[in-house]
Each structure stands twice: as structure tokens, then as C-alpha cells.
Design a protein around this ligand. Structure first.
Ligand code: A3P
Length: 313
């Protein structure tokens, strides 16, 4: 197993074991008004993060939880490692086997950022943080940022099952109870609506590209190519095709025990569009429609979500 996957699985296993011993109300803590899982993040790590020095070669995958981060993360990692096989000038941190860190920027111990300085470029880094809570160097040094968005109804549905499956997150007795927490932003990672609003402000930045879960689902080959172009990575058609095939939901689910350990079964759930129809009642549909219209319909990312196509009954 690749070393970075082992570290990933070990950290998750430890976090889940610690969470099993905790009371529900202690599972999350608040930092700058946003909730985070106690077993994975800490105020000390957030403080240390301020001094993180980004590089222009870094690739930051940013998005709200449950938008498909693990999916696009695998595509990114595969593109970056394959490009490095083609071109000796193109290196990446995934080959620094002993050094590789848990991929989420905000997860881990405060010394993590010093260790990350030793990693080769390119570093592929995931984050669920709002842009204003990211270290300034990411924008100043023009790291490439891939912003991933997914329609709010499928995000809420995915998050509901994930919260109930992962011991590191508080579970909910009913979908209705979860829906209220989601709509009021009392979620690990904060409010979905704030995320879309805030990332919309960066949509025109030259170093930012936005991708939606739904467009990737409709045409993975197109999406993989678009990401490679954005990063200026050179791969042959066959190599691109291998990345496309390896990133189908079925392929990733089949390997999930190896890549994600016990979390694999919880994470690779349905991998589709429209599962929200099994949970949302009429009132909840109306409430989401109204909130989307008021808060997101006129934002840049709000338009890219194609709410009329993916979220209307
Ligand atoms: P569902 O719960 O709707 O199935 P994240 O990685 O940000 O936590 O997002 C998890 C969601 O992405 C889950 O959605 C998961 O099934 C989906 N996903 C993971 N890999 C995928 C793939 N290869 N194709 C489509 N969806 C995928």
C-alpha cells in the first residue's frame, strides 16, 4: 500500500477510536465561529496554519465537505504522479514516501506545516476551509486552486449519511433534525451557503478553476482533461484514459478498503445525482429553494450549480 494511504488510514482509525470514547456534545469545537471535529483539528493547528508557506506549484483542492473531494483528489494525484513519470522536471510530494502528510491542510498536529516544508513540489493539498480562513500565502503566492462544488440537496443528503456513519461526527436521530442543522450552518466545516458565496468571490481569479460534481459525473473524460490543462500537466491520451477509468465510482469503491480502510464503506455510498429525492419532503424542498434563491442564485458558483436542473422535483 502506498505510504501516504497508510498514514491517511492510521490517522482516521485513531480519530475514530478517540471519538468512540467521547460524548456527542464534545465531538465538535468552534474556531472563528465554525465547527470542526475535535479528534482531527485543534485551535493550535489553526494557529500554526497561519504561517504555512504556500508555493506557486501547489495545487489546492477546496470545497465544502461531501462535494466529491476524495474523488477529485484521486484524479489530481493520479494526474500529477503520471505527469512526473513522463517528465523528470515534474516532481511531486507523493513520491516523498516517508514525509507525506494527511492530505487535508487543516487536519493534524501543529508541527505538520514545518514538516510540509520538506515536501517536494507539487504538493496536492485538500481543504474544507473558507477562503478567508486559508493562509494568505496561498493567494499571495498564486497556488493553483481547484474549487469543487456540488448541488446543496445532494451535499446535505451525503452529509447526513456520513455524519451518521462516522463516529468523529455527531450523528442525528432523524433526517429532519439534520436538515435544520444543515440549513443553519451548524455543520462541521460551517455553512454550505457561506462556502459557495465566499468561493464565488474568487471565481475570476487567474489561479482558480471551478468544477462541479455534476459536470464531472456527466463527462469524466472531459473533466480529467480540463484539470490536466489547468495544471499544465502533459499526459498521453492513453494515460488520461487510465486516470478516467480508475476514477469511476465502481473502481474507487472496489479499492476503498485499501485506499480508505474502514471509512471506505461509509464514504463511497451512492456516488450519484438526485439521491436527495429519497429524503427531502415538500416543506424542505421549498425551504432549500427559497434559501438558494435568496443567497446563491445570483452568485457565480450558484449559477454553475445549475439548481434548476439538479435540484427541482
Ligand atoms: P454520496 O454520499 O452521495 O454517495 P467527499 O469526498 O467530499 O467526502 O464526497 C463524498 C461523496 O462523493 C459521496 O457521495 C461519494 O459517494 C462521492 N464519490 C466518491 N467517489 C466518487 C466517484 N468516483 N464518482 C462519483 N461520486 C463519488
Amino acid at each position: 500500500m502506498a505510504n501516504h494511504r497508510k498514514k491517511f488510514i492510521d490517522l482516521l482509525d485513531k480519530a475514530m477510536a478517540a471519538a468512540d470514547m467521547m460524548d456527542r456534545e464534545d465531538l465538535l469545537f468552534s474556531y472563528k465561529g465554525i465547527l470542526f471535529p475535535t479528534t482531527m483539528c485543534s485551535p493550535e493547528t489553526f494557529k500554526a496554519l497561519e504561517s504555512f508557506e504556500a508555493r506557486s506549484e501547489d495545487v489546492i483542492l477546496a470545497g465544502y465537505p461531501k462535494s466529491g473531494t476524495n474523488w477529485v483528489g484521486q484524479i489530481l494525484n493520479n494526474l500529477v504522479t503520471t505527469a512526473a513519470e513522463n517528465n523528470e522536471d515534474e516532481t511531486n510530494s507523493l513520491n516523498d514516501k516517508e514525509l507525506e502528510e494527511f492530505p487535508y491542510l487543516e487536519v493534524g498536529d501543529p508541527e505538520k506545516y514545518q514538516r510540509m516544508e520538506k515536501l517536494s513540489s507539487r504538493r496536492v493539498i485538500f481543504t474544507h476551509l473558507l477562503p478567508q480562513n486559508l493562509p494568505e500565502s496561498i493567494f499571495k503566492n498564486k497556488a493553483k486552486i481547484l474549487v469543487l462544488v456540488r448541488n446543496p440537496k445532494d451535499v446535505a443528503t451525503s452529509f447526513y449519511y456520513f455524519n451518521n456513519g462516522m463516529s468523529t461526527y455527531p450523528s442525528y436521530e432523524t433526517w429532519d433534525e439534520f436538515f435544520t442543522a444543515f440549513m443553519t450552518g451548524k455543520m462541521p466545516g460551517g455553512s454550505y451557503f457561506d462556502h459557495i458565496c465566499e468561493w464565488s468571490k474568487h471565481d475570476d481569479d487567474e489561479n482558480v478553476m471551478t468544477l462541479t460534481y455534476e459536470e464531472l459525473k456527466e463527462n469524466r473524460a472531459w473533466g480529467v482533461k480540463k484539470i490536466a490543462e489547468f495544471l499544465g500537466l502533459l499526459l498521453t491520451e492513453e494515460q488520461l484514459q487510465a486516470v478516467v477509468e480508475g476514477s469511476s465510482f465502481q473502481a474507487m469503491k472496489a479499492k476503498s478498503q485499501k485506499t480508505h480502510g474502514g471509512v471506505g464503506n461509509i464514504l463511497f455510498r451512492k456516488g450519484g445525482v438526485n439521491d436527495w429525492k429519497t429524503l427531502f419532503n415538500e416543506d424542505q424542498n421549498q425551504e432549500m429553494d427559497k434559501t438558494f434563491e435568496e443567497r446563491l442564485a445570483r452568485t457565480k458558483l450558484g449559477a454553475k450549480i445549475k439548481y434548476e436542473v439538479y435540484c427541482k422535483t
